[in-house]
Ligand binder design. Structure first.
Ligand code: NAD
Length: 262
């Protein structure tokens, strides 16, 4: 059982889906949590207070917009100010947009590169000095099967996720002697709001019904024919925070039901 008592985890995009599962798993292991992400004040408060009451740790929410470098630095500073350190940084916020490349809206391209890739750079840049000073750190980037292979109509997402795989390796090498690890987790299809939301556009781009998209596009990619669960992804992140994982750095872990083995 991994103990994170006394540690602080900043998790971007943790008001929903995989990010929320990371936050709850790390809180269960004893870490104080900086939540981040969108939602109504009531929805965010429900998750924040739920973490505190379920796991007897402290949790705060940073409203930082991952397209804004100054707000990302403020999010890391909030962790430092509130809890005295940022020991674990999970770069997880992400969005998706599905469209043929020649019709891909320029603003969607820019937003995906900013949120899914550049925000990780800005957060790492802000968190590393404190981790170096304390001589311990864990950086975990949520990549994707799309950091290893491509699918049509996802040009920006695939470019950003291949980018985060490269960023992970570079940061791991730079911090290799600082007792700070940097790894990526690459899930296949996980049933979250992000996946649910891309079904209508995929139906349009591929001229398919909802059932066909789920069976012939999503689960077609995964040999197990099952969605990954958010808890399975969070369990890997928790392991990467353990002392047993201190020699794992620069790695990219697939949790994709065999998708990228094909
Ligand atoms: P989700 O939509 O449930 O959660 C995304 C989170 O990011 C939310 O908390 C949202 O508020 C936040 N977010 C979005 N834009 C933001 C912004 N500008 N600033 C701050 N926060 C913002 O999605 P999810 O499926 O849990 O995805 C989480 C991560 O996992 C993403 O990086 C995604 O690419 C990756 N991923 C998901 C799957 C999947 O099948 N669901 C597979 C592989 C990788």
């Amino acid at each position: 059982m991994v103990s994170l008592t006394g540690k602080t985890a900043v998790i971007t995009g943790s008001t929903s889906g995989i990010g929320l599962a990371y936050a709850r798993a790390m809180a269960k292991a004893g870490a104080n949590i900086v939540l981040n992400g969108m939602g109504t004040p009531a929805e965010i408060e429900k998750e924040r207070s739920g973490i505190e009451s379920d796991f007897k740790v402290k949790a705060v929410h940073s409203p930082a917009d991952m397209t804004k470098p100054a707000e990302i630095a403020e999010m890391v500073a909030l962790g430092d100010k509130t809890f005295g350190s940022v020991d674990i940084l999970v770069n997880n916020a992400g969005i998706q947009f599905v469209s043929p490349v020649e019709e891909f809206p320029i603003d969607k391209w820019d937003a995906i590169i900013a949120i899914n890739l550049s925000s990780a750079f800005h957060a790492i840049r802000a968190a590393v000095p404190g981790m170096k000073q304390r001589g311990w750190g864990r950086i975990i980037n949520t990549a994707s099967a799309h950091s290893l292979v491509a699918s049509p109509f996802k040009s920006a997402y695939v470019a950003a996720k291949h980018g985060i795989a490269g960023l992970t390796k570079t940061v791991a090498l730079e911090l290799a002697t600082d007792k700070i690890t940097c790894n990526a987790i690459s899930p296949g299809y996980v049933w979250t709001p992000l996946v649910e939301r891309q079904i209508p556009d995929t139906m349009k781009a591929r001229n398919m019904t909802k059932e066909q998209v789920i069976k012939d596009v999503m689960l077609e990619a995964q040999p197990t024919k099952e969605f990954v669960t958010v808890e399975q992804v969070a369990a890997m992140a928790l392991y990467l925070c353990s002392d047993e994982a201190s020699q794992i750095t620069g790695a990219n872990f697939s949790i994709d039901g065999g998708w990228t083995a094909k």
